[in-house]
Design a protein around this ligand. Structure first.
Ligand code: A2P
Ligand code: 11C
Length: 332
């Protein structure tokens, strides 16, 4: 069987990655519809050597669509996803709009694939930072329950969209040319800086991004006892998010056991040879679908606690690849 697929937000950073992933994985597509704002209507994009014209995202553009991949911002998902569902499509939504809706499954195929089949038309793709962390936490969780997680993220500029990534490149050019640095997408200059502020702040002092890691982890593992305390930080890298994770488990897990569990987990590889300066880094992880874990060690400050470093391409595994993998669950 082949499916009629629509991509809402096809011109964005994740949208472009959707096209690459669908092509690389040879997803069975009958017809492809590329949707974006009115500004982009008529723009041409290439898929498998064929040129497609971008159309405006509207309520009645989903006729005959089987699978609609949304990554055009939460507002667009809230407005247009119900129209896609009404037209008979299954929506896989990359925004945060529906993630905590109890009627909407939130899925990472390596973590909770069975949840995908309980959908009512919409399946939510988790936040990229949560996905990368969960791919690594799942094999540990299957061995021992997890009490709590302390995580600091090092998030690439492309997580905030294609224009935000360009802002870093532009600031580098402006700096080299001795020009004024233009700040637009981030609260501060990102070049030569780190900004402990991803998404907006909430009343408890955490940002929305940090609370996504708390809430989405509980939802996907179906475990309200897991508490995730995150500090999400934007760093001047282009692609791939990195995370320093400290996890306290109910049962002790030795470093050797953790390495074995990580190595056997789907979607995850271990690069952990610090003596030879081998550990995962965003510069080398970007462009792939695997998450990499390294710096695995026993925490010296707390009992039953492991500390490690995990890196994953957030536009691919953190967004587009994960969404296409969800679609593939239905193709199988
Ligand atoms: P457009 O390029 O026409 O603005 P990113 O996350 O990289 O910033 O991309 C956002 C994506 O969402 C783009 O494809 C963008 O299209 C799309 N988008 C933004 N606003 C709208 C809108 N009002 N209607 C439809 N698509 C939108
Ligand atoms: C970032 N994680 O890096 C964000 C982008 O909830 O889907 C994705 C936000 C989300 O800025």
């Amino acid at each position: 069987a082949a499916y009629n697929v629509a991509i809402a937000g096809a011109t964005g950073a994740v949208g472009e990655t959707f096209l690459n992933i669908l092509e690389e994985r040879n997803f069975p597509i009958a017809e492809l519809k590329l949707l974006a704002s009115k500004r982009s209507a008529g723009k041409e994009l290439t898929f498998k050597g064929k040129t497609y014209k971008v159309e405006e995202l509207t309520h009645d553009c989903f006729e005959g669509v089987d699978i609609a991949l949304f990554s055009a911002g939460g507002g667009r998902s809230l407005e247009f996803a119900p129209s896609a569902v009404k037209a008979g499509a299954v929506v896989i939504d990359n925004s945060s709009a529906f993630r905590m809706d109890p009627k909407v499954p939130l899925v990472v195929p390596e973590v909770n694939p069975e949840d995908a089949f309980k959908h009512n038309g919409i399946i939510a793709n988790p936040n990229c930072t949560t996905i990368v962390m969960l791919v690594a936490l799942k094999p540990l969780y299957d061995y021992s329950k997890i009490k709590n997680v302390i995580v600091s993220s090092y998030q690439s500029t492309s997580g905030a969209g294609a224009q935000a990534m360009e802002e870093l490149e532009n600031q580098a050019r402006q700096w080299v040319n001795g020009e004024d640095i233009v700040v637009d997408k981030f609260a501060h200059q990102i070049l030569f800086n780190v900004i402990p502020h991803v998404d907006s702040f909430t009343e408890n002092g955490y940002t929305k991004e940090e609370m996504k890691m708390f809430n989405e982890t509980q939802k996907m593992l179906h475990d309200k006892d897991i508490k995730v305390s995150a500090t999400c930080v934007r760093v001047p890298t282009l692609s791939a998010h990195s995370e320093a994770v400290t996890v306290e488990t109910v049962e002790p897990i030795s470093v050797e056991k953790a390495r074995e569990l990580f190595a056997a987990a789907p979607g995850l590889e271990v690069i952990d040879d610090p003596a030879n300066a081998k550990y995962p880094m965003p510069l080398f992880v970007a462009g792939g679908d695997t998450c990499y874990v390294g710096r695995i060690r026993k925490d010296i400050a707390r009992e039953n606690t492991l500390t490690f470093w995990v890196v994953g391409d957030q536009l691919r595994k953190g967004a587009a690849t994960n969404a296409v993998q969800i679609a593939e669950l239905f193709v199988q």
